[in-house]
Design a protein around this ligand. Structure first.
Ligand code: ZN
Length: 94
């Protein structure tokens, strides 16, 4: 289970204990779903897809990002800097 899925599971589990929650706890709880939705929206834009790199005898398949490219008009390899930043923030550096 990814770090994001673990956070989502904890937030969903927490909702069952909503009764009697202090205002600050409830605010943090509700914020969790909004933050999850924000991350989901960004990751939905940055999905991997297979692309052919080079042609001829050096041709090979690579994964590129559907959501971003480089300044020179090429696709960004997947995981792109956006997905790497999200993954690093959630899971730390590996
Ligand atoms: Zn991207």
């Amino acid at each position: 289970m990814s770090a994001l899925d673990q956070i989502r599971a904890r937030a969903l589990d927490c909702r069952t204990y909503n009764f009697g929650m202090r205002a600050a706890d409830k605010l943090a709880h509700d914020d969790a779903f909004r933050l999850l939705a924000a991350v989901d929206a960004v990751t939905a834009l940055h999905q991997p897809f297979d692309a052919v790199m080079y042609t001829g005898r050096h041709q090979r398949m690579v994964q590129v990002c559907t959501g971003c490219g480089t300044d020179d008009g090429n696709w960004n390899r997947y995981p792109c800097p956006t997905i790497t930043a999200i993954t690093t923030a959630l899971e730390g550096t590996k």
